[in-house]
Design a protein around this ligand. Structure first.
Ligand SMILES: Cc1cc2nc3c(=O)[nH]c(=O)nc-3n(C[C@H](O)[C@H](O)[C@H](O)COP(=O)(O)O)c2cc1C
Length: 202
C-alpha cells in the first residue's frame, strides 16, 4: 500500500458527551404522537434509524419528553422523514413547552392524519411510517431507545426508486436531508454508487 497522510489523533474526554466535538451524519425525522388531552404532538429526532431488515424502526428519546410518555401510554407513533426544504418546520416542532405544559406550535404545523394509528404526519415529507411500539429500552444514561414495528409505510412518488429512473437522478430530483449534528445540515443532491466488493451479499 502507498503511504497515506494521516491526521494526528486527539483524545476526547469520555466523562462527558463526545458527540459535540466533531460532526456526524444523521437523518432528521419528526415523531408524531397523541397527547393525553387528544391533541397532536410532533417532535424532531435525529438519533433515528431502521432497527432490523424486517421493518423495525427505532429512535432515542428521553423519558422527560411527552413523545416518550405518549408512546408509553398509546403504544404507537408516526414517523415523517423530512426534506431539506423542511428544516424550519422540523426545528419549530422542538419549541419548548409553555409553563402549563402545552405546545401550541404543533397546531400551527402543516399536518395530515395517519391512516392506521392515532397520530399526525408533517405534510410534504417524503417517507411516512406508522409504528406500533415493540420495545422501550430504558437506562441509556438519561435516554431510552424506542423501537416500533412498522405497520404501514408510504413514500412520496418522487422519492420512490424505480427501474425507469437512475438512482443518481432520483436523489438529484428529490434531494435528501442530512442533519450534521450538532447544528448544521446539508442538502444532498449529488451521490455516487458505493463500490461494493465483487460477490457481496447482504
Ligand atoms: C434538530 C433536532 C434534533 C433532535 N433530536 C432529538 C433526538 O434524537 N432525541 C431526543 O430525545 N430529542 C431530540 N431533539 C429534542 C426534542 O425534539 C425536543 O426537546 C422536543 O421539544 C420534545 O418534545 P415533546 O415533549 O413533545 O416530546 C431534537 C431537537 C432538534 C431541534
Amino acid at each position: 500500500m502507498g503511504e497515506t497522510k494521516t491526521s494526528a489523533l486527539v483524545d476526547l474526554d469520555i466523562s462527558s458527551s463526545i458527540w459535540e466535538s466533531f460532526f456526524t451524519v444523521f437523518p432528521l425525522v419528526v415523531i408524531g404522537t397523541r397527547e393525553a388531552d387528544g391533541s397532536d404532538d410532533l417532535a424532531p429526532k435525529h438519533m433515528a434509524m431502521p432497527m432490523s431488515w424486517e421493518n423495525h424502526f427505532g429512535f432515542v428519546c428521553t423519558p422527560r419528553h411527552n413523545t416518550y410518555q405518549n408512546i408509553q401510554r398509546d403504544r404507537q407513533f408516526s414517523v415523517t422523514y423530512m426534506r431539506p426544504s423542511q428544516t424550519v418546520l422540523a426545528s419549530l416542532a422542538a419549541t419548548p413547552r409553555c409553563e402549563d405544559g402545552s405546545k401550541p406550535i404543533t397546531q400551527a404545523l402543516p399536518t395530515f392524519a395517519a391512516e392506521t394509528i392515532n397520530a399526525a404526519f408533517v405534510q410534504d415529507g417524503y417517507l411516512f411510517l406508522e409504528c406500533e411500539l415493540e420495545q422501550m429500552v430504558d437506562g441509556l444514561g438519561e435516554n431510552s431507545l424506542i423501537i416500533g414495528r412498522i405497520i404501514s409505510a408510504r413514500v412520496a412518488e418522487d422519492a420512490l426508486r424505480s427501474s425507469d429512473q437512475d438512482d443518481e437522478d432520483l436523489v438529484y430530483s428529490a434531494p435528501l436531508l442530512a442533519y450534521l449534528y450538532p447544528g448544521r445540515f446539508a442538502e444532498i443532491t449529488n451521490s455516487n454508487q458505493l463500490p461494493f466488493p465483487a460477490g457481496f451479499k447482504r
